[in-house]
Design a protein around this ligand. Structure first.
Ligand SMILES: Nc1ncnc2c1ncn2[C@@H]1O[C@H](COP(=O)(O)OP(=O)(O)OP(=O)(O)O)[C@@H](O)[C@H]1O
Ligand SMILES: [Mg+2]
Length: 1032
């Protein structure tokens, strides 16, 4: 493209607008807070964790579309009151769209980019929803109005193209006539720059035509998404409008390209959280988006005067096509969209930073003179010369047949070319019109069908693509599946759809669906296997994840709002069928716990992905199964507080039962890679000569790692009294299952490891303070290991972390045994028991983690680096109190270290103070309780008693309770077998009754013994002190 008059070129900075959308349903459910504010053209965002941290950005425009709006009679979102601050679609067009239009009419190239997180409102701003038309349709409408107004002084030609970039592939969204839409090539031309070879350009002369083309494009996008099993929010949508204005009087042609770009969701480029994935390096989750970011950064740097050697335009398809838009010959506008919810803080801040960089970019836009006009001029000039030579040849009368022939051939060729250039537009327009009429007929036909028959309507994760496909169920029987061509078949494609998948019947005004053997069909969240009648607005999932809403007979429709049946609704329903649900906002439903919402939404987001991954694994014969789990559902920390819940994916190899646990981020990353692999091997039909991937590149494979199976809690309180503890603790899995029983002991001992005797029991734990404490942890045996029961070739280890030790310790691995002996004994020593350690013992449990090993994975090894030992090989804990001593010793030598020590002292005193205060208030409460009970307050009654009798009684009680607990666990484990018949059930009930009786008796005995002992002690005390009179 040659530019007219380079001297006209000025510098144009990229204009940037930011738009804030309303809360969506999820955000409202979660009780989100709005953390973004807009004032004239500045946007301020506040860190939800730290109210003081605010950042303010200034842009060319800032739009508040979050609140202060209402829906008018036509369904338009408009400001609540005239002149309100709500920015509606109209006002956004007025600022951004109008400028683009004017620039294009002047002959400049113009570009509009929408950037933002998935669901932040890019498509809403660009394309719009229903009556709330976005920038593109309005721009086209105004463009054709301008064409009409100006038709006296110029002829305008408008060509419309629409393409999608998915995973670096270019898909022509308007391709027709059986041409595969995929995989067009991007080429470079000296004059034109980068262009898409073979992209269909449709001549258009009305906004209605363009709107219809956009519908067609969206439809292709929807089907391409299912064919390629692609996620639309990963793809970029580009609309190209070529405007050619021919001013015949002035003998001038202006040509401009308008690019309108709805970019992929921005969060995809930051594959956050998948750091731990070994395949992360190879993934360019979205090369185009990443490169766009790099190009913008480089250009912004260049604008700031930094030295930039290279702008990486050539690294991705998108940046090639946008080369002129960024730093080139174009007037460019970016609209950055964001959600103002607190939970989107990170993403929104990153969007604002991105936008800030983009606004620095400087372009040099020029008015473009059309090459066609020049070509015609050149051809005409050449023809004139040819004619002149011909006439000279004739005059000279020389015999120059050969030359004359050649000159005449050239002349005709040129004439033809001129005519071709001039008639192209008319011809193309005629052709397009024919197409258009055909399509119009199809649309009218579809509308008529909608008024006559029930149908199913596609529901997509991307709201833009929902409701695009309608499949009619006319009277009779209809096969649904991949198979095409048969007259009684409805053809659908998608993961897990069989050749013949299900049969729809429409008879006697009822519609039913019957799955074909082996086909997955879900109705309202429930998997069906038999003929099932469908009701208006039933939810249907075919195969892994082809989601449809059933629309009943016209008489059953009553103008209800179908929009509530969105993708989330379908997935929530599926989750509910699996027993995972939260309040659904219906009347009477309890309010969901907001802290659980993120896990819930993660769950329903991953659910369809897991189902698709399973289907791909099956088709690619990978032999692994994926299952969604909620981690930490039943887990607590050492203080007994619930651990934060998160979703994870359990991967199991079907054949050899190997198991992996993947984090959400890792799974999402892998799912992209699986899609790519699937695309290569199945969709492109290279299935037959499938070369197996090397293992280290296979997204379905990973090296084996130990798995965390569950945890048990061993409460440490008895150590504060120097009382030994022997326990059988239950190891509980993440979802509350019993994974094993662990026999463990805590034994207070001497420095050399000899158990302490009864005389060492403390009545007042504070006596421990400042003194040395030694104790041993004994892990004796693990019983009933579910992990090994499932597959014999497995092993386990126990991991634990005591107080302030930084690294966990592990028992040696034990293999192939359901009830392995561990016989593991570790001694710990606190040289000077600190208040922290004491509080820890009084309030915490030792969390014993059960780790599962599988053949081929390496054991977990205790990292002894930095671990200090006593001479007797005991591990030293409570090191802070150690450093306190050493700090005191080195007083004077190092001021800063003593300062540090002082700080620590202060900290310790502070926490000691807190503990004392707590004790104090507990004591006070006790006091008031006693006086309330009418008991006489006695001197000395709260004095720490030194009575060892009491301690002994307690100890006996402790011991007997251990036995009782064991009995309880036995009871818990005692369940009838699954195939039990009546007789064995009766036997089971008898046995259970006996166990229960035993349990009751033991409990009774222990309590009675304690009561008797305490009574005896009290009696003895009374006798001794004589303070108590003989009452009661
Ligand atoms: N300004 C707005 N006013 C009202 N509703 C909006 C606005 N912006 C977005 N929405 C709504 O938010 C939802 C998501 O918006 P949209 O589809 O535009 O997101 P997106 O950024 O294109 O996401 P994706 O990256 O997945 O394509 C839609 O239901 C849309 O109607
Ligand atoms: Mg979108």
């Amino acid at each position: 493209m040659k530019a007219k008059g380079a001297e006209m070129a000025g510098k144009d900075c990229v204009k940037v607008a930011v738009r804030v959308r309303p809360f969506n349903k999820r955000e409202k459910d979660a009780g989100s807070r709005c953390i973004v504010s807009v004032s004239s053209n500045t946007v301020t965002i506040q860190d939800p964790r730290n109210e003081q941290t605010r950042r303010t950005f200034t842009f060319d425009y800032a739009y508040w579309s979050h609140s202060g709006f209402t829906r008018n009679r036509d369904g338009l979102f408009v400001p609540e009151e005239a002149g309100g601050r709500y920015a509606d679609q109209g006002s956004v067009f007025q600022d951004l769209g109008q400028g683009i239009l004017e620039n294009a009419l002047q002959g400049y190239n113009a570009t509009l980019l929408a950037y933002g997180q998935t669901g932040s409102g890019k498509s809403y701003s660009m394309v719009g929803y229903g009556p709330n038309k976005g920038l593109v349709p309005t721009l086209c409408e105004r463009l054709f109005q301008a064409v009409k107004v100006n038709q006296d002084n110029r002829q305008c030609q408008v060509f419309f193209s629409m393409l999608e970039i998915y995973n670096e592939q270019v898909i022509d969204l308007l391709s027709k006539g059986g041409r595969a839409p995929g995989n067009l090539r991007v080429r470079e031309d000296q004059q034109r720059g980068f262009y898409v070879e073979g992209l269909r350009k449709v001549p258009s002369d009305s906004a209605t035509q363009v709107e219809q083309l956009m519908d067609q494009g969206t439809r292709t996008r929807t089907t391409a998404a299912t064919h390629m099993n692609a996620n639309s929010s990963r793809s970029h949508m580009l609309i190209m409008i070529q405007l050619k204005q021919i001013f015949s009087k002035e003998n001038l042609t202006k040509q401009s390209n308008i690019y309108l770009v709805d970019l992929a969701g921005s969060e995809r480029q930051r594959s956050s959280g998948s750091e731990a994935d070994r395949l992360k390096e190879g993934t360019a989750i979205n090369l185009s988006l990443t490169t766009l970011g790099n190009v913008i950064s480089s250009l912004a740097d260049a604008a700031l005067g930094k030295k930039v050697v290279h702008i990486p335009y050539r690294q991705s398809v998108l940046t090639k096509l946008l080369q002129s838009a960024l730093g080139g010959n174009s007037r460019t506008v970016m609209i950055a969209t964001l959600s103002p919810a607190d939970i989107c803080y990170e993403e929104s801040l990153s969007t604002l930073r991105y936008a800030e960089r983009a606004k620095r970019i400087q372009n040099k836009a020029v008015v473009n003179e059309s090459p066609t006009e020049r070509l015609v001029k050149e051809l005409k000039a050449e023809n004139a010369k040819l004619l002149l030579r011909l006439s000279r040849l004739g005059q000279e009368g020389r015999r120059a047949d050969e030359e004359t022939k050649e000159l005449r051939r050239l002349l005709t060729h040129n004439e033809l070319q001129i005519r071709a250039i001039q008639t192209l537009w008319e011809q193309h327009l005629q052709e397009a019109l024919k197409d258009w009429e055909l399509q119009y007929a199809t649309i009218t036909q579809e509308r008529r069908m909608m008024q006559m028959h029930p149908y199913i309507l596609n529901i997509n994760e991307d709201a833009q693509l929902s409701g695009v496909v309608k499949l009619f169920i006319q009277e009779g029987e209809w096969d649904v599946g991949l198979a095409e061509g048969s007259p009684k078949a409805i053809s659908i494609r998608g993961l897990g759809i069989q050749e013949r998948h299900a049969v729809f019947t429409n008879q006697q005004r009822t519609v039913s669906v019957t799955p074909v053997a082996g086909a997955k069909v879900t109705v309202n969240g429930v998997l069906i296997s038999q003929k099932t009648e469908l009701q208006h607005l039933d939810r249907l999932i075919l195969g892994s994840n082809s989601t449809y809403l059933f629309i009943g007979f016209p008489s059953e429709r009553s103008g209800e709002d179908w929009s509530r049946y969105d993708y989330d609704y379908f997935q929530s329903e599926l989750a509910a069928a699996e027993g995972i649900h939260i309040g659904d906002g219906r009347a009477g439903a309890s309010q969901p716990d907001p802290s659980l919402l993120p896990v819930f939404y993660d769950y329903i987001k991953l659910m369809p992905m897991v189902s698709e991954a399973n289907q791909m694994s099956q088709e690619l014969q990978k032999g692994v199964e994926f299952k969604l789990e909620i981690k930490n559902l039943a887990m607590s920390d050492s203080k007994g507080h619930d651990l934060e819940k998160e979703v994870a994916v359990r991967v199991t190899s079907v054949e050899n039962k190997q198991v992996w646990m993947w984090s959400k981020a890792k799974f999402v990353n892998r799912k992209f890679l699986m899609e790519e692999l699937y695309q290569q091997q199945v969709v492109s039909g290279e299935g037959s000569d499938r070369t197996p991937l090397p293992r280290d590149k296979d997204p379905f494979w990973d090296p084996l790692e130990p798995l965390h199976l569950g945890s048990a809690h061993l409460w440490l309180q008895s150590l504060a009294f120097r009382i030994p503890l022997e326990e059988q603790v239950e190891v509980v899995g993440p979802e509350g299952t019993e994974e094993a029983i662990l026999q463990a002991q805590l034994v207070p001992c001497t420095p050399t490891g000899l158990p302490l005797g009864e005389e060492d029991i403390l009545i007042d734990p504070t006596e421990l303070l400042g003194k040395r404490l030694d104790f041993q942890l004994v892990l004796e045996q693990c019983c009933g290991l579910r992990w090994v029961k499932e597959a014999k070739n497995r092993g386990v280890q126990i991991g634990f972390r005591v107080f302030d030790s930084s690294q966990p310790l592990y028992t040696p691995a034990v293999w192939h045994n359901v009830n392995p002996l561990l016989d593991h004994r570790v001694q710990f020593t606190a040289l000077r028991t600190s208040q922290e350690l004491l509080s820890y013992l009084q309030t915490s449990a030792l969390v014993l983690e059960l780790w599962g090993l599988q053949e081929g994975c390496s054991d977990m090894v205790s990292n002894m680096e930095g671990v200090k030992m006593t001479q007797e090989d005991s591990i030293i804990i409570d090191k802070a109190s150690q450093s306190e001593t050493s700090a005191v010793e080195s007083t004077g030598s190092d001021l800063s270290s003593s300062l540090r020590a002082l700080h620590q002292d202060v900290e310790q005193l502070r926490s000691a103070n807190a503990v004392l205060r707590k004790e104090n208030s507990a004591l006070r409460e006790q006091l008031s309780m006693m006086s309330k009970n009418g008991q006489q307050e006695r001197r000395g009654s709260l004095r720490p008693s030194c009575d060892a009798d009491f301690a002994r009684a307690l100890k006996v009680f402790y011991h007997s309770m251990t036995a009782v607990k064991g009995q309880l666990q036995r009871l818990r484990r005692h369940t009838p077998s699954e195939e039990a018949d009546l007789l064995s059930l009766r036997l089971y009930v008898d046995e259970h009754g006996r166990l229960l009786r035993d349990f009751g008796e033991q409990l009774e005995q222990s309590v009675t013994a304690l009561k008797q002992d305490v009574a005896a002690i009290v009696r003895r005390k009374r006798e001794k002190s004589g303070i108590w009179s003989g009452t009661g």
